[in-house]
Design a protein around this ligand. Structure first.
Ligand SMILES: Cc1cc2nc3c(=O)[nH]c(=O)nc-3n(C[C@H](O)[C@H](O)[C@H](O)COP(=O)(O)O)c2cc1C
Length: 358
């Protein structure tokens, strides 16, 4: 109730300016060692939420999705809000300012966001340095993408991705964002041929560096007929798991008027309207690969989270839900998950993974 009031004030501000203020606030909390104070407000612990995925310990399954802390500047703040982990980025080898503003829009009637930020970030070197200096203890996913430039294509694109990989030495797991919907050159690496080349190159680097961090591929929520082909490539190249899913370029069944949608223009849709879509992809990928899945897309409640876990996700991430529901969202979902586990007789969250398909 309090956040609903607070939210109506925040929502009077331009969405990107509001986000910049949150970044400043987050940095302030981190720099002034206020994480423990935040924990007194937001902390919720229950051993039934602990899990180990690919050798990484998660104290709860709710992580922050890529795009909120692109430059890894407030991982302490995110830990203070009781997120179980955080995915930073997308980091690109050459940093960049992203697309022209305005590029971030709220669809309040739909509990959704459209963004065409265009991979604005400070570049792999600076982001890795920020991670080196972090004091937070939560697991960190490092999401890398190709530098946003139509000039970097083909072999240059593979080299650009590899340069980011070589630079991003920090973090607990790696994510290749091959599905950004907001670049001029399009989603280059969801083409199976290009994806195979990319994965082969990154894998050979991982072997030569003895890098044991698990490697995930982040796919779009719009993949459909092409999904099996993409999965075949990922499996052939020994991918560790999947992040499902990125935002959507589609505009299906929205309450927001066509006129407003036209004014907004292109961009990735996130939040409630993509919840079911991303859950369906999780189900499909779980059944086809049985690989660890980080489920993301439209999570606002414990029920949304549980549905994705039962569909096959091992841990989850959210972003739009945080903006609409506020910083209490992690505690609310984690508490709710424990109740749902109790109701269904599970002793630990990992027992519920993929039960829809068993
Ligand atoms: C403002 C904004 C920026 C984002 N930036 C990135 C990004 O840089 N890299 C990425 O992989 N995903 C990015 N995403 C996608 C999210 O990580 C997530 O996959 C998507 O928003 C669906 O989750 P949600 O419905 O909980 O927001 C962004 C999303 C939003 C709303």
């Amino acid at each position: 109730m309090f956040y609903q009031l607070f939210r109506s004030i925040i929502f009077l501000q331009d969405p990107e300016k509001a986000h910049e203020r949150v970044i400043r606030l987050g940095k302030f909390f981190g720099e002034n060692n206020l994480t423990n104070f935040l924990k007194t407000l937001f902390n919720y612990e229950d051993p039934r939420l602990n899990s180990n995925v690919c050798g990484i310990d998660f104290k709860n399954p709710i992580g922050l999705a890529a795009g909120f802390d692109k430059n890894a500047v407030f991982t302490e703040f995110i830990e203070g809000l009781d997120f179980g982990f955080e995915e930073i980025g997308s980091a690109t080898f050459e940093g960049g300012g992203g697309n022209e503003k305005p590029r971030l829009f709220r669809l309040v009637k739909d509990n959704a966001i459209i963004n065409r930020m265009g991979l604005n970030n400070h570049g792999a070197h600076e982001i890795n340095k920020n991670l080196t200096n972090r004091k937070s203890k939560i697991p960190i996913g490092v999401n890398i993408a190709k530098t946003h430039s139509p000039k970097i294509m083909g072999d240059k694109a593979i080299k650009d991705f590899s340069d980011s990989y070589k630079t991003m030495t920090e973090g607990d797991y790696l994510v290749l964002n091959v599905s950004c919907p907001n670049t001029l050159e399009g989603k280059t690496f969801e083409d199976p041929g290009a994806l195979r080349e990319l994965l082969a190159e990154i894998n050979s680097l991982r072997i030569s560096y003895g890098d044991t961090r698990p490697l995930f591929a982040k796919l779009s929520s719009d993949v459909d007929n092409e999904l099996s082909g993409i999965l075949q490539v990922c499996e052939d190249e020994g991918i560790g798991g999947y992040v499902l899913s990125n935002s959507s370029s589609k505009r299906e069944s929205l309450r927001t008027s066509q006129k407003i949608l036209k004014q907004i223009g292109m961009g990735g849709l996130s939040g409630k309207p993509i919840r079911e879509k991303s859950t369906k992809i999780i189900s499909r990928v779980y059944q086809e690969t049985k690989k660890p899945i980080i489920g993301v897309g439209g999570i606002f409640t414990a029920e949304d989270a549980y549905d994705k876990i039962k569909s096959g996700a091992v841990v989850l991430e959210l972003l739009t839900g945080l903006i609409y529901e506020g910083p209490w969202i992690t505690k609310k979902i984690n508490k709710g998950l424990v109740k749902l586990l109790e109701r269904e007789g599970f002793k630990n969250i990992s027992e519920a993974v993929g039960v829809y398909h068993k």
